[in-house]
Design a protein around this ligand. Structure first.
Ligand code: ISE
Length: 335
């Protein structure tokens, strides 16, 4: 069937997803959309022949909408997801699933009442070719058991309204998810270090930050989250194993030699760096709904695990010490 998708939020990522659903993804089309900026949403709706609504709730309850994609600001995610689950609709929610672990627990409760998995969380790195290769290398045992990871997440500039807490809860949350997915285990504790502040950061923003994570088996990851790199968007991940190392490669692009230099260009933002991953992510979401009548990607449990970790790291930033990451057992429903 052709899946009719309702999109809530047509800002930077929402607009990209609308284009993707319309032009790239097979088996789906955008049927309805809304945004707090009604004028912008009306333009996008006109361009893609979709119904325009003033509120997200109207998108969710439009009878022609089979599934919903949420790309509105982070604090609105949990409310819209709950509304979708209560309406029995499949929902793809951009990360983070919520701004606190408590909100995720409510979603889990409602989803269990619904009796089937309806929610997928937009952790798109799991669909990136480099991260997928890295995971197969780890699984193959070629480099032995992983011991340490050295990662960095550098943005050229922060997004609008970025706060100190969002460095972990909006940006670092990608690392939190992808590292537990790469290693296939949960975290034990986490800490946040605040290095010397970058004077180019906006007033009050503590930037950069370093997240230190320790898994239950003792693997340690250091992750630099830098919102004002000054030179480009740069994502790095190196795993050190007992017998070797594996790392993401630098951009897959041409290396240029000219005027006594040898160089390649870097990305300027995440929409370029992960463009292919987003395409694969949405296509696999639609395929899984079509073939299994269930999303196959990151679940509410994954969204919850990431939020529990992010909440602990927020506390750790304030306490200045390592904090326990109190994640319970994964419920059978999500296994
Ligand atoms: C942004 O919201 C994203 O999701 C990007 O992938 C991430 O790299 C960036 O740091 C976030 O602010």
């Amino acid at each position: 069937m052709e899946w009719k998708i309702g999109v809530i939020g047509t800002g930077a990522i929402g607009r990209e997803h609308v284009r993707r659903l319309a032009d790239v993804v097979q088996g789906a089309r955008v049927a309805a959309l809304s945004d707090a900026n009604a004028e912008a949403a009306r333009d996008v709706a006109g361009k893609y022949h979709a119904a325009f609504y003033r509120t997200g709730e109207e998108v969710i309850h439009d009878k022609s909408v089979d599934a919903v994609l949420i790309a509105s600001p982070d604090p609105s995610h949990a409310g819209y997801v709950l509304e979708c689950v209560r309406a029995g609709k499949f929902v793809f929610c951009e990360k983070p699933l919520a701004t606190s672990a408590e909100e995720c627990l409510k979603i889990m409760e409602e989803e269990r009442k619904a009796g089937k998995r309806l929610v997928q969380v937009g952790f798109m790195r799991r669909y990136d070719r480099g991260y997928r290769e890295l995971r197969s290398v780890l699984k193959s045992g070629k480099i032995g058991a992983p011991l340490m990871l050295h990662c960095c997440h550098r943005n050229l500039v922060p997004g609008p309204g970025h706060t100190t807490d969002m460095t972990v809860k909006n940006s670092g949350i990608h690392e939190i998810d992808v590292l537990r997915w790469l290693l296939g285990e949960e975290y034990e504790s986490g800490q946040v270090l605040l290095p010397k502040r970058n004077r180019n950061a906006s007033a009050g923003l503590m930037d950069p930050q370093i997240m230190l994570l320790r898994t239950k088996s003792g693997v340690c990851a250091d992750v630099e989250i830098n919102m004002n790199s000054g030179y480009g968007y740069d994502i790095q991940c190196e795993v050190v194993g007992e017998k070797g190392t594996a790392r993401l490669s630098d951009p897959n692009t041409a290396v240029i030699r000219e005027k006594g230099r040898c160089f390649y260009s870097l990305y300027s933002d995440w929409s370029q760096r992960f463009s292919e991953a987003y395409d694969v992510e949405l296509q696999e979401w639609i395929n899984s709904l079509e073939e299994k009548n269930m999303p196959s990607g990151p679940s509410t449990w994954d969204g919850y695990a990431a939020c529990v970790t992010a909440d602990s790291l927020s506390r750790a930033r304030i306490s200045g010490t390592a904090e326990k990451i109190p994640l319970g057992e994964q419920p059978e429903f999500y296994k």
